[in-house]
Design a protein. Structure first.
Length: 522
């Protein structure tokens, strides 16, 4: 009796299997008898003899027909049949042959059909061509090997780690030169614990912790810090990381790359040491040029001491004065002696060769000290030295000697620019004022001959000078010092006569973050 008009046609299970098999482009199914001879083939045309092939050429052939010659000679087909009977199912991946004799990589499953007495009554073989996925996998593996080889030859490595909700850090993978640089495998680093900071130099762990904090917040980060290798060597690393949050697992996964920058850091340290040495030499040269003015400054209190001492001596010899009357001149002698000592100590401090060290100071105090140093030279040149110091400026964190050297160099350049140019004596003005972005601005304005437009851009270059004599290093060193403190320095011609040189310094606490580059004069 026929079914209803809209009732779907039922497809037998066996037919559904073969329809599914025909839809798979790279799978074939073979039935074998108890001796291992092929009795039926369906599925992938490539195995059946090409497009339109029905597999009849394989019917009656032994299983060995699908195996390469070397495996047939080794007895592999018989061994596979026996293993399938013994285990109930044999999975294998290796080379096979199609009807045309072409080798291809296949994944096969051989299953026995057992009789009631347990003896094999036949076999079912499913073969799938995995040549293309295998080629892709081999290409990826080859690419990864080339990447690893290249990374091992460089100073770089890439990595991924995850940060758990508990704060624990787990390394997921590291590729490249990590082991060569650190001496550790990533498994060894995890065993050391310390939340992934185990190889970071103890003094730099606050930097690494701050970096982790930014990454947890979802911010990309680039940081430089030191590590201690397995051999105990200290090396500098620059790491850049990009975080990705997994909301389902509540973890942060960080992908990053790192570079060994030890050689660069050593070169920078050497450059800073050479610059410090050169700055010291220039300070000594400056003191030599200022010798006459400094001698006059020291001679004034010494002359006063001699005068007061002679007066006291005459009164004592006359026998007409009591001790109380001598108190005032003796106190004046003390004041003048302290003044002379202060000048000498300031000079010694300025020319002393010490490792640069920063401290928090008021910029106006540094200006006053420089004015005292250079005041004698200004008076000798008959040039008025004016000071305009703003009140309420924030303190700055600087190396006092270096910033005094910058100020002294700018002031002396201004004095020299106004001396002997044939024009009426001008005035030199040192001013402090609030700068942009909370910085402190210091300017030195002279009324000298000024700079030609072409020189204004080159005046900070090493060995460039507009003087008749000079090395041309003073302003180059000054720029390097200012930049090393996170500031900027510019020279601009005045509207009338002369030149104004301005430089800025960040307020205390921001110098390191604003530092433009390592101090360098070239």
């Amino acid at each position: 009796m026929s079914g209803a008009p809209n009732e779907p046609v039922q497809i037998p299970a066996a037919d559904r299997f073969f329809l599914l098999l025909d839809a798979l482009p790279d799978v074939a199914c073979c039935e074998l008898d108890a001796d291992g001879r092929i009795t039926h083939v369906a599925g992938w045309p490539g195995l059946l003899g090409g497009p339109g092939g029905d597999g009849r050429s394989l019917v009656g052939e032994p299983l060995a027909t699908l195996y390469p010659l070397e495996e047939v000679q080794a007895g592999r087909p018989e061994l596979d049949l026996a293993a399938a009977v013994r285990t109930g199912r044999l999975e294998h991946e290796g080379l096979r042959l199609d009807c045309a004799g072409r080798r291809f990589r296949a994944r096969s499953v051989l299953t026995p059909r057992l009789r009631e007495d347990g003896s094999p009554g036949g076999f079912a073989l499913v073969v799938r061509d995995v040549s293309e996925p295998s080629r892709v996998a081999q290409a990826v593996e080859s690419s990864e090997e080339r990447y690893r080889a290249i990374c091992e030859l460089t100073s770089d490595y890439a990595y991924a780690f995850r940060i758990e909700p508990t704060g624990r850090v787990f390394v997921e993978w590291i590729a490249g030169a990590f082991t060569r640089i650190t001496g550790y495998t990533h498994e060894e680093v995890e065993q050391l614990d310390l939340n992934g900071l185990s190889i970071v130099h103890p003094d730099d762990r606050p930097i690494a912790l701050a970096r982790l904090y930014r990454l947890v917040l979802g911010e990309s980060d680039t940081s430089e810090f030191r590590i201690v290798t397995k051999q105990g060597e200290v090396r500098w690393i620059r790491e850049s990381g990009r975080p990705e949050r997994d909301p389902e697992r509540d973890i942060v996964r960080v992908f990053g790359a790192a570079q060994d920058i030890t050689e660069r850091k050593l070169a920078e340290d050497e450059a800073r040491a050479r610059e410090t040495e050169l700055a010291h030499v220039l300070r000594l040269a400056t003191m030599g040029e200022m010798a006459a003015g400094l001698a006059h400054e020291i001679n004034q209190p010494l002359s006063a001491i001699v005068s007061y001492a002679r007066g006291c001596s005459r009164r004592l010899r006359s026998g007409t004065v009591d001790g109380a009357a001598l108190a005032e001149p003796i106190e004046e002698i003390e004041r003048q002696a302290m003044r002379a000592d202060e000048i000498v100590q300031r000079l010694l401090l300025f020319v002393r060769k010490e490792k640069p060290a920063r401290e928090t100071v008021r910029i106006n105090d540094l200006v006053r000290e420089v004015v005292q140093l250079v005041g004698g030279e200004a008076r000798a040149r008959r040039i008025p030295l004016d000071v305009d110091l703003a009140s309420g400026l924030p303190p700055v964190e600087v190396d006092k000697i270096q910033i005094e050297q910058v100020l002294l160099n700018l002031v002396r350049n201004g004095l020299e620019a106004m001396h002997g140019d044939g024009a009426p004596p001008g005035r030199l003005l040192i001013r402090t004022a609030p700068g942009d972005g909370g910085t402190v601005e210091i300017s030195v304005k002279d009324e000298g001959e000024g700079l030609p437009p072409s020189a204004a851009e080159r005046v900070f270059e090493p060995f460039f000078t507009t003087k008749r004599s000079g090395l041309g290093m003073g302003l180059a060193i000054s720029r390097s010092i200012v930049r090393g403190h996170g500031g900027r320095i510019v020279a601009m011609p005045n509207a009338g006569r002369g030149t104004t040189v301005r430089f800025t310094l960040p307020p205390a606490g921001e110098g390191a973050s604003r530092c433009l580059e390592s101090p360098r004069y070239s």
